[in-house]
Design a protein around this ligand. Structure first.
Ligand SMILES: CC(C)(COP(=O)(O)OP(=O)(O)OC[C@H]1O[C@@H](n2cnc3c(N)ncnc32)[C@H](O)[C@@H]1OP(=O)(O)O)[C@@H](O)C(=O)NCCC(=O)NCCS
Length: 189
């Protein structure tokens, strides 16, 4: 891909972002147990290829940390401020052939329905507009994943187009910088 820049980032300091109820911090090796529990959960993995083993969870940790080193942004571990528990993964994602810088969200099923995904997503989108320099953020969502489609709507993303990605047709939701800033001006969080 002509727009990829290779080798310009070799180390990266991963920032911590604190929201009202969550802390987004760098992924650590010690997150393996919490990650493996999510990866093994059929409800969590319903639209992510089905339950996966501990080795897959570990490889995903390595992949997600490597993403930061390659791009300078990536996914964080989501920690619940009230308990200190690891409750998910959220942040930014990109790869060759992707429709743009993606805001992605993954919350453990024990914590669904509390609005954690939109809270983490808003912090991720803000980070993208403030620190990554893009003018548009996308989210790639399985059309059947109604819960995730709801999160896209809650953060102001709208359906843009469908695209064949990771072996299936997926819906690309998007929000532009102008739309995001207009929403902030209206007092949206
Ligand atoms: C999609 C996901 C991130 C939503 O996280 P969340 O923190 O629960 O988000 P919200 O609290 O805003 O809930 C979003 C919607 O999920 C649904 N939902 C919430 N709690 C639920 C539960 N316990 N059971 C089933 N559905 C539930 C509701 O439709 C809700 O919308 P509503 O608030 O209008 O009722 C979460 O379900 C998840 O991590 N799923 C597995 C990983 C995944 O698919 N990630 C997205 C990849 S594109």
């Amino acid at each position: 891909m002509s727009d990829l820049v290779y080798g310009d980032v070799t180390t990266v300091a991963i920032p911590t972002v604190v929201t009202e109820r969550l802390t987004l911090r760098a992924i650590r090796a010690g997150d393996l147990d919490a990650s493996a529990a999510m990866w093994a959960d059929p409800k969590f993995m319903e639209y992510l290829g089905g339950p996966a083993d501990r080795q897959s969870a570990w490889r995903n940790i390595m992949q997600s940390l490597g993403h930061w080193a390659l791009w300078g942004y990536g996914l964080w571990t989501v920690v619940e401020n009230a308990t200190g528990d690891v409750v998910g993964r959220a942040g930014l994602w990109n790869e060759p052939g992707w429709p743009g810088v993606e805001a992605a969200w993954f919350i453990a099923s024990s914590r669904w329905g509390r609005g954690y995904a939109p809270e983490a997503a808003e912090a991720s989108i803000r980070f993208a507009f403030d620190n990554v320099g893009v003018d548009r953020v996308v989210s790639v969502i399985d059309a059947d994943n109604a819960k995730s489609v709801r999160v896209a709507g809650k953060v102001g993303e709208t359906r843009d187009h469908t695209e064949f990605l990771h072996g299936k047709h997926q819906v690309v939701y998007a929000i532009t910088r102008d739309e995001w800033e207009a929403a902030q001006g209206r007092g949206a969080t």
